[in-house]
Design a protein around this ligand. Structure first.
Ligand SMILES: [Mg+2]
Ligand SMILES: [Zn+2]
Length: 183
């Protein structure tokens, strides 16, 4: 069976832009240290990787779909250069008020991703890695193991207030990869 890893983008792969803020240009997209290498290691271990990200800034008019697509193209190019492979990048560009089925913590994008995997997926041994409790909720709803990384939105100081508890907590994507690969 195939094992899948869902990755949130901002605060996991690239620098967290801040509360209620967005990465609005290619210039603002900055890879976090070690994230490309972690993606490469997970790809080489046979995991199918997907990026699943809320980008409501598009529907808010803060950046265009075209800019987002260019950002995605650049990101994938850099990831490939380091030997990583992303099956697909899936975005929800809607606002909460639109009540779509794809905005995390809903699992619409995960369902979409799973349809793209050939063969059966071992969802219980698949992972969702994100920097927010919303990501943890999404992963739990989908039946995955969850890893919260502390390289973005959340800090361990807030643990008592978390509405969902992750299976693992890691400093960053590199450490999350260590957990998954048992290193
Ligand atoms: Mg994030
Ligand atoms: Zn949506």
């Amino acid at each position: 069976m195939k094992k899948v890893i869902f990755l949130d983008r901002d605060g996991v792969i690239n620098k967290y832009p801040g509360h209620f803020k967005y990465v609005t240009s290619q210039k603002e997209f900055k890879f976090l240290r070690g994230s490309k290498n972690a993606i490469s290691r997970l790809s080489k271990a046979g995991y199918k990787l997907f990026i699943v990200s809320n980008q409501a800034g598009v529907s808010k008019g803060l950046y265009s779909q075209e800019i987002l697509d260019k950002m995605t193209g650049d990101m994938l190019k850099e990831i490939r250069k380091q030997g990583g492979k992303i099956e697909k990048v899936l975005y929800c560009v809607h606002q909460e008020s639109e009540n779509c089925g794809c905005r995390k913590p809903k699992t619409g994008l995960i369902k979409k991703a799973l349809k793209l995997v050939k063969g059966k997926v071992d969802i219980e041994n698949s992972f969702f890695i994100g920097d927010s409790i919303r990501d943890v909720k999404t992963g739990k709803s989908a039946g995955c193991k969850t890893i919260l990384v502390l390289s973005g939105r959340e800090s361990a100081d807030n643990m008592k207030e978390w509405e969902a508890q992750p299976d693992f907590i890691a400093k960053n994507l590199s450490r999350a990869a260590d957990i998954i690969l048992n290193k």
